[in-house]
Design a protein around this ligand. Sequence first.
Ligand SMILES: *Cc1c(COP(=O)(O)O)cnc(C)c1O
Length: 260
Amino acid sequence: MSGKPDNAGAARNADDLGAARLDQLRQSLAAVKARIADACASAGRDPAEVRLLAVTKTFPAIDVAALIDLGLRDFAENKDQEGGAKAAEAARLRPDADVRWHMVGRLQRNKARTVVRWADEVQSVDSPRLADALGRAVANRIERGERSGPLDVQVQVSMDADPERGGCPSEDVPDLVKHIDQMSELSVTGLMTVAPIDADQDSVFARLQRLFHQVQRDFPGVVELSAGMSGDLERAVAHGSTCVRVGTALLGGRELASRG
Ligand SMILES: *Cc1c(COP(=O)(O)O)cnc(C)c1O
């Protein structure tokens, strides 16, 4: 790639991955894009309406660099510590890339201060208390001159009230959106869900889409619907998803122990 010397290993090329891995990522990216395009065609939608978020959890920053080279700009992590470290490392590897990082995992309030340092958007806000903690963390950074604007957030909706995956019960979503809408430090841009594994995804995504439209009537700034992963992105796109979060289908299988 560039003819610049490798600074003590700090600046690496995606070539370091090996041609095989790069090729693998290129092919899986093409396959995922084709799936999104097919799903949009079936639904009569424009593929430009559906953003692809690469969920890079458990994979190294060098994979992020390769995906940046392949044209991706949106990356997601589900743990604060791993996300912070990887975003910093990816910024070292690709200093000129205009990358957006999304936090998509369960977030404890005591992580609010650290997550706002690296995440451009937090999709997993599921309680007023978490929203308030993020708001305080953002206000703090604004006061210290470390950021200028509000943090984009989405409300994570629980479609089956399983506390394991997190999420706000769907009947409480309008109140939570209203709560965040009144905060100057946060900007609520959408709804997110992780569909229950053994549910009828069609009916889950259809219910989510109805809730999305209902919330939009009062809050027109709520424009994003983050739904669909490797296994169910077609059904999510059929029900209006504007953002699919894809890990396995892009990067390969994860170790079971680190799955989250
Ligand atoms: C891991 C994860 C994904 C991606 O899941 P895959 O099935 O690997 O595509 C999407 N959303 C969240 C919240 C995740 O934690």
